[in-house]
Design a protein around this ligand. Structure first.
Ligand code: FES
Length: 111
């Protein structure tokens, strides 16, 4: 299993979950009720799956494609370590990955 930590936008809560190799980070986040809409389901047309990767973990991810970089330009609250969760596939080398929800992420658990 691959441990992933989801940190709330305000940093007040951390949820640790386990995924499997090949799982998409967006799917894992949604399965555990994290506030990522992922409206376009990975077609890179929305940027509502934007997460902020912990600085120490960012270099462990494969580089973003040009299309992903273009979509990140449209993401609210994007930082230098922002990525699209729909483009991140879990691998054994990503164990301990920590990602934070962006400012304004809508918490669907409170709907
Ligand atoms: S789900 Fe739309 S860009 Fe990731």
């Amino acid at each position: 299993m691959i441990r992933v930590r989801f940190v709330s936008a305000d940093g007040a809560s951390v949820e640790e979950v386990d995924g499997s190799p090949g799982d998409r980070l967006l799917d894992l986040a949604q399965a555990y009720g994290q506030p990522l809409e992922g409206t376009c389901e990975g077609q890179m047309a929305c940027s509502t799956c934007h997460v902020i990767v912990a600085a120490d973990d960012f270099a462990r991810l494969p580089p973003a494609s040009e299309d992903e970089e273009d979509m990140l330009d449209l993401a609210l609250g994007a930082t230098r370590t922002s990525r699209l969760a729909c483009q991140i596939e879990l691998t054994e080398t990503l164990g301990g990955l920590t990602v934070k929800m962006p400012p304004g992420a809508r918490d669907m658990r409170r709907r």
